[in-house]
Design a protein around this ligand. Structure first.
Ligand code: UMF
Length: 123
């Protein structure tokens, strides 16, 4: 069974891509198997080396958007791509807007080793 940490990697890590095209999100949201019976509203991909993303678990503690504790904000800005579901999209035709950004990321970390398990947002 896929662990929460493995799910984070599948849904949010794409270190080897530095520039994305307009169709990036449409492709990635399919290829990474992020849709399960419904279109996911928003999903962020991170284009930084995995060790840099794992290191965020030991950077600034911040409040989480949901009830979970253990949120951490990256001390430096990271290259990310936000995928936003288009308003008129209907499953299984999940169409996405692709937006490249440089922002600090906020992740929830859990476990031993203490690693990212949820993407909480970006600021
Ligand atoms: N999410 C993002 O990927 N990026 C954002 O900026 C905000 C939200 O919060 C529920 C889900 O929304 C998260 O799922 C995250 F993928 C997405 O499986 P997750 O990471 O908890």
């Amino acid at each position: 069974k896929e662990t929460q940490a493995e799910k984070f990697l599948r849904q949010h890590m794409d270190p080897d891509t530095s520039t994305v095209t307009a169709s990036y999100c449409n492709k990635m949201m399919k290829h990474q198997n992020i849709m399960v019976g419904d279109c996911k509203l928003v999903n962020t991909f991170i284009h930084e080396p995995l060790p840099d993303v794992q290191a965020v678990c030991f950077q600034g503690n911040v409040p989480c958007k949901n009830t979970k504790p253990n949120c951490h904000k990256s001390s430096s800005k990271m290259r990310i791509t936000d995928c936003h579901l288009k308003k008129e999209a209907k499953y299984p035709k999940c169409e996405y807007e692709t937006q490249q950004l440089r922002k600090s990321i906020i992740v929830t970390c859990e476990g031993n080793p203490y690693v990212p398990v949820h993407f909480n947002g970006s600021v």
